[in-house]
Write a protein that binds this ligand. Sequence first.
Ligand code: FAD
Length: 502
Amino acid sequence: MSNPTIAIVGSGPIGSTYARVLLEQVPNARVVMFEAGPQVTEVPGESVRNIADPGEKARVTEGMFTARQGTHLLDFGGAGSAHASSFPTAAAATNVGGQGAHWTCATPSPAFSEKVPFIADEEWDGLIEDAKQLLHVHSAAFADSAVGEAIRTLLDEEFGAELPEGYGVGTLPVAGDPQPDGSVRWAGADVVLGPLIDKDSPLSKQFELRDLTLVRRVELDGHRVTGVTVEDLRTGEKSFVAADIVVVAADAFRSPQLLWASGVRPQALGHYLTEHPVVISTVALDAERMGRYATEEDLKAELARRALNPADPVAAVNRIPFSEPEHPFSVQVMYTETTPFPMEPGTPYSENRWGYVNMGYGMRKHPRYEDAVTFDDNEPDYRGFPNMRIEYALTERENAEIAEATERLRRAGKALGAFVAEPRLMPNGSSLHYQGTMRMGETDDGTSVADPWSRVWGYNNLVVGGNALIPTATAMNPTLMSVAIAVRGARKVAEELGSQSA
Ligand code: FAD
């Protein structure tokens, strides 16, 4: 096909992966990316965590119904709000770069049964490597931090003997570029887009990003997509943009909503919703225990590094990865010199000299048809789309894993110091890792929305992307896995468009 047009809905890491891989493999293509939200950083899609000035940062992350920084609740309670009482903290980001402008950049790889069972291990490993490159994943960020090392050693004393070889306590891989001064420039959709937003690159001539442009409908002629109807949110003007391929990467709730609104309604659409139940706590690090493995000088060096960008919440990050069968949890342990909540001066462990760790266990939710977002044609939401209703429940299986994780979190806390925030289970929806609502499958048996190359079953030129594609029960942060799945999908599209290099 000569000069094909590809329309991409959503400018987060996944839409950006499609844009990048497709333009690199089909350089005569034209990619138009539509984003409902505004561009909030100078470089499109950059992580707002790179903004050092706290005032400026607050300006770009504040939202009307703010949930976690930079996101807004789906069930905000006003006119046109979604209904999600069993999943109350479901949230989304609406800006160039999507949630990827606000994310923590944790990028562990899927392991054991987290992986997609019908993608062979060898191919999978290659896809993960490609995804790491696209996201600038760095496996040893802050590895030189002696404070981080001391935390790892204490955790290893507690848990090391129980963990399988290769899956012990370690540093958490993160997406970002270490800087000479010891800080990190965090990665967002900007690094994934790479040459597409570099004016000196010829690929940038083939790429157009339209912010504040809402895709209202994917247009179809039978089972072929013909383009998208978009609304310019600055002027209210609606128009049709013809496209040879449409990629919908508009998050795990709004992508299925857009398909539903467009009349694409596979049986599994919106169903099999999973996320990560999360148990979190904050622990004041014990001076005597930390002092066994780190010196006062080490602490001073860590505090000096933190002072470089006090608005950045991420310092030394450790983890215990998911492994099976004994450790189906993803554990994240993040050093911080202050608590994430105010502490009354003079109360025990306020102004703790050795600082704190924010520590969380992420767990699995096993997919079930009945955990779902459904859409109501008779009730428009605040943007005029069929409104969402989310039904979701934890089962005995999840509750048993949550109890076990909580027990382990207590052990970890005791090994490191004293709890200043006791372990607690966050409300459903808190993880921001929403998966399964457009799951991929090996066969079109009604339990999946997309084929193994992310094309909606029966619609060869309609491709979907994002965490919603993940069909398995996972505990790890999902973005790296979703980028890997998107690389595979994009290569397939490129191959079909007649690329020589696919
Ligand atoms: P998104 O990034 O959500 O982007 C989707 C975009 O589509 C949005 O910008 C939205 O405005 C746009 N859109 C929606 N509907 C339309 C429409 N109709 N027309 C046009 N545009 C539309 N993941 C990890 O793996 N590790 C982490 O450490 C991590 N930490 C996180 C911390 C925070 C605070 C947050 C908010 C998220 C975190 N995540 C993390 C999740 C991660 O950000 C997401 O997995 C990732 O951004 C998903 O990428 P995406 O492109 O699929 O969707």
